[in-house]
Design a protein around this ligand. Structure first.
Ligand SMILES: Cc1cc2nc3c(=O)[nH]c(=O)nc-3n(C[C@H](O)[C@H](O)[C@H](O)COP(=O)(O)OP(=O)(O)OC[C@H]3O[C@@H](n4cnc5c(N)ncnc54)[C@H](O)[C@@H]3O)c2cc1C
Length: 386
């Protein structure tokens, strides 16, 4: 067991860090102020630097590295802001990985290289008005008829909704009850019968558009079926990687807050000396450091254990649950240590706190992760309906 990064991993981390620190801070401020996503030009720049496909096979346009490398890069962007990191999150750990793992060869070739080159953004549409934590209650129906698939239903809270070029839509592909009918279909933005609700106004996640998707006899080709009915387990396996990405986005809020506050408490003086000289401040810093380090190790363990495939539900849920929880605590402590400056919108600290709250709901609420963890620990599935 070796907890050190390799030289190559450190170089990649440095490259991501240098780019993110040098260029993305002013952009993050604009995305937050105007609540707009990163420009397509910026996404293309990410692509040119290889940041969109770190863990995607070279044959599909990526760098062919592992999930650990992808998450190392993602954290450096997330430290700046969720919005600037979101295109990287979507491309490296998002729904496009379900296409890569389970789609037909022609679908993979059509979509994945375009995502790596920044020409296409793919979002995930799972949640519905009546199906949040109880995802298998989803009702969106897809009917296969020869070479066509017709979808009807409504999706809610889709991050990237209205902005992304394509959507991995979880839907029922037959009339069986529960999870056994669930699969996923790719719907491209211009598909007939697809419309979007207004952009949601959320507590955080500014610069990450969120909208309902409405399918009204929406027609797509049969090749767009990524996973047929009965493939819910497969979709959840791909989602185990997304969970590590969600955890890394939360971690980035915490580790970015810690880096900023370490500088602040050494500079800001009260009672004639820097804040860092007060023992109560030192205790807080130590607590924050322990939480950030522990979250990072849990996430990297989940990714490293799954280097050749997808992480386990136990490892990924432990990482997400812990990172989601400590991100709220660490950003809250960092805000407190900056006093009124932390509370001011002039500085990124309050934004990190708001975004941290969102990461602990998105991709499965913290308590749902605990249900997953207990189930995996005891080798059982706890049916929430009985
Ligand atoms: C910022 C953000 C981004 C999102 N992005 C996307 C996206 O891109 N695509 C998408 O499909 N969805 C997205 N979502 C939706 C997200 O997946 C759901 O919000 C989440 O699964 C919780 O569902 P819900 O909001 O309906 O809460 P509910 O299911 O109503 O749950 C509310 C609360 O009740 C508790 N609870 C519920 N069930 C249980 C249980 N069995 N045991 C213990 N406690 C329980 C939990 O504390 C939970 O937080 C996003 C949400 C947010 C906030």
């Amino acid at each position: 067991m070796d907890f050190r990064l390799t030289d190559e991993q450190r170089e990649l981390q440095q490259a991501a860090r240098a780019f993110a620190r040098a260029e993305l801070r002013p952009i993050a401020e604009v995305l937050e102020r105007d609540n707009v996503p990163p420009s397509r030009d910026l996404v293309k720049r990410y692509a040119e630097m290889g940041f969109l496909g770190v863990n995607v096979p070279e044959a599909l346009g990526g760098l062919g590295l592992g999930n650990v490398e992808a998450l190392i890069v993602l954290e450096e962007f997330a430290k700046i802001s969720s919005a600037v990191a979101f295109p990287i999150f979507e491309s490296m750990v998002g729904p496009v990985r379900a296409i890569e793992h389970f789609g037909s060869d022609s679908l993979k070739q059509r979509i994945v290289p375009k995502v790596c080159s920044g020409e296409m953004i793919v979002a995930v549409a799972m949640s519905e008005p009546e199906a949040g934590s109880a995802l298998t209650d989803l009702r969106t129906r897809a009917v296969v008829d020869g070479e066509r698939v017709t979808l009807n239903g409504t999706k809610r809270w889709c991050s990237g909704g209205g902005h992304a070029d394509a959507y991995v839509v979880y839907c029922r592909l037959n009339d069986d009850p529960g999870a056994s009918a669930i699969g996923a279909v790719l719907v491209e933005k211009g598909a007939s019968g697809l419309s979007f609700g207004p952009n949601e106004s959320l507590m955080g996640f500014r610069g990450i558009p969120s909208a309902d998707l409405n399918f009204d006899d929406c027609v797509v080709p049969l090749d767009n079926v990524i996973v047929p009915a009965g493939g819910f387990k497969k979709l959840m396996e791909a989602f185990d990687l997304e969970r590590c990405g969600n955890a890394t986005m939360a971690l980035g809020q915490a580790s970015g807050a810690l880096e900023d506050v370490i500088a602040y408490v050494q500079e800001r003086k009260q009672f004639g000396k820097p804040l860092a000289e007060f023992q109560a401040v030192q205790m807080k810093l130590a607590d924050m450091q322990m939480k950030v380090e522990a979250a990072r190790l849990l996430i990297w363990r989940a990714a490293a254990n799954a280097e050749s495939g997808l992480p386990s539900v136990l490892d990924s849920s432990v990482g997400k649950c812990f990172a989601n929880s400590i991100a709220r605590e660490v950003t809250g402590d960092a805000l407190q240590l900056m006093g009124a400056y932390g509370y001011s919108r002039e500085f990124p600290m309050e934004r990190r706190l708001r975004d941290s709250w969102g990461w602990g709901i998105a991709g499965g609420a913290i308590d749902i992760q605990k249900v997953n963890i207990a189930g995996a620990m005891l080798g059982r599935r706890f049916d929430q309906r009985r």
